[in-house]
Design a protein around this ligand. Sequence first.
Ligand code: NDP
Length: 305
Amino acid sequence: MLDGTRVAGAIRAELAPRVTEFLAARGRRPALHIVLVGDDPASQIYVRNKERAGTDAGLLVTVHRLPASAPLEDVLATVRRLNADSACDGILVQAPLPKTIGKQGTEQVFDAIDPAKDVDGFHPHNVGLLVQGRAALKPCTPSGVIELLDREGQSLAGKYAVVIGRSEIVGKPMALLLLQRDATVTICHSKTPDLEATCARADILVAAIGRPGFVTPAFVKPGAVVIDVGINRVDSRDQAVALFGANHPRLVGFDTRGSMVVGDVHPAVVDVAGAMTPVPGGVGPLTIAMLLKNTLVAAEGRPRT
Ligand code: NDP
C-alpha cells in the first residue's frame, strides 16, 4: 500500500518552516480564502477538512459562505473582492457550484480568479502553463499523485500509464503531469472501447471515475502500480458486501455509520497490483497537502505589502 497519509505528513512538515519564515518576513500568515456557495453536504465536509488542515499548518484560513440562492453576480463580486485584497494569497472556490449557477456561470467564476491566487490551478492561464510544463500552481490532486509516486520510490520515465477519466480537475492534468515525467500516456473515458484490455497493459493505472469498485483485477497487469483517486460513498450494505465480502473488517465500520467511503478500484485488486493507494488514506490527504503547498507558493510569489 502506498501510504498517502504518511507522505502528506512529510509534505506538511516541509511546509512548516516556510510558514514560519513567511510570518517573520511579512508580519502576517499566508492567507487562504475559501468560497463556499450553498449547502452541499460533501462540500461542507471538504471545506471543513481544508480549513482545519490549513489552520493546523499555520495558515490564516477564511471561509466565505454564500447561500445556495446567491446570484452569479454575488459570487463573482466575492471573487473580485478577494482578488483586490492584498492580504489574500490564495482563493479556492469549492466546486460544484449550485445548479442555478450552471456550467457557464461556473466557468465565469473560475475564470475570474486572479491566476496568481488560483491555488486549485484551474484557471485557463495556469492550465496553459501546465500544458507547457511550467506551471507554478498545479491542480492539487494530480500533483499530489506525482509526489506520492516520487516519494514512494516509483519511477515514471519510460512507463506506460493509463488514466481513466478526463475531467479538468483530475484526469486531464494527471495525464499531462505523467507525460512531463516521460511516461507514455493513454487517457480513457466512458466512450473508450476495450477499456479493460487497454488498462491491463498499464504499468501505472490511475482511476478517476467516480464509480465504486469499477476497476476489477481484470483491468490490472500483475505488478502494476494502481492509483485510486475515487471517493464514493456507499450506503447499501449489499453493495458493501459485494465489494469487500461479508467478513471484511471494514463492514464493522459500515455497520456503525450506515455508510462507507470506497474508491474506484475493487478491493480484490490488492492481490494483483504491485502497489496501490488505499481509500481512504491514499490520494485524499495528498490533495489537501498540495493545496497548502500551493497557498504557500502563491503567498511567497506575491509582492510584499
Ligand atoms: P468526473 O465525473 O468529472 O469525471 C469522471 C470521468 O470518468 C469522466 O471523464 C468519465 O468519462 C469517466 N467515466 C465515467 N464512467 C466511466 C466508465 N464506465 N468507463 C470509463 N470512464 C468512465 O469526476 P472527477 O474527475 O471530478 O472525479 C473522479 C473521482 O475522483 C470521483 O470519485 C471524485 O469524488 C474523486 N476525486 C477525488 C479527489 C481526491 O482528493 N482524492 C479529488 C477530486 C475528485 P466521460 O468524460 O466520457 O464522461
